[in-house]
Design a protein around this ligand. Sequence first.
Ligand code: NDP
Length: 234
Amino acid sequence: MSRSVLVTGGNRGIGLAIARAFAEAGDKVAITYRSGEPPSGFLAVKCDITDSEQVEQAYKEIEEKQGPVEVLVANAGVTRDQLLMRMSEEDFTSVLETNLTGTFRVVKRANRAMLRARKGRVVLISSVVGLMGGAGQANYAASKAGLVGFARSLARELGSRNITVNVVAPGFVDTDMTRVLTDEQRDAIVKQVPLARYAQPEEIAASVRFLASDEAAYITGAVIPVDGGLGMGH
Ligand code: NDP
């Protein structure tokens, strides 16, 4: 059955791989983008998740063109790495504003129709760093850890309405976000990963699609690591 899916930040990186995975399975997929030409094959809606009005407009367009969102993947996220000593309040709040509050905005808006339908799937993209911490990433780690508490609260609130809320925590994935790292930084990371390599975005997408499938109907409030073993034990 073809569902109405929304992937925030589905125009590139992990989000694009997730959008493709749902589209290949026959779902109707909307993606958000902020600028430039979005990839074809999806309902592309312009939306900055830090702006409530844009979020509202995006949902209206999606509801009109492909129906109320039944599967939401909150993937959009940013980094602004800096050691605490040099981290400005703006470095901190802007990352929280996108990764955590932005996710709150899109989940809250999706929830309305999911409650009415008495079913829904929400998957949040956190990070292994949210569980392990990362030097220079206090803002990012706090935002990604925040998603876990957020998801688990919603899993409790919404479970009786047949809405599941889960978290995928990727390790290091080969995208624009990690391409900014130096070769030395990449080598140092790979040394810590039991599977000794970065993930491909499609490997994250596969877990997201599973969590949104009928087979995962009894999984909620879970944090699924897809990190090559990097975060084992957390
Ligand atoms: P990219 O930097 O490649 O892409 C980030 C995506 O988020 C883009 O689509 C971007 O849109 C979107 N985005 C950022 N800010 C906003 C905003 N305010 N409103 C709407 N969209 C926004 O990152 P990845 O694909 O690597 O990361 C995707 C998710 O996975 C993120 O949440 C990230 O934290 C997480 N993650 C990534 C890991 C990695 O190693 N790459 C590891 C663990 C987690 P635009 O094109 O308009 O900028």
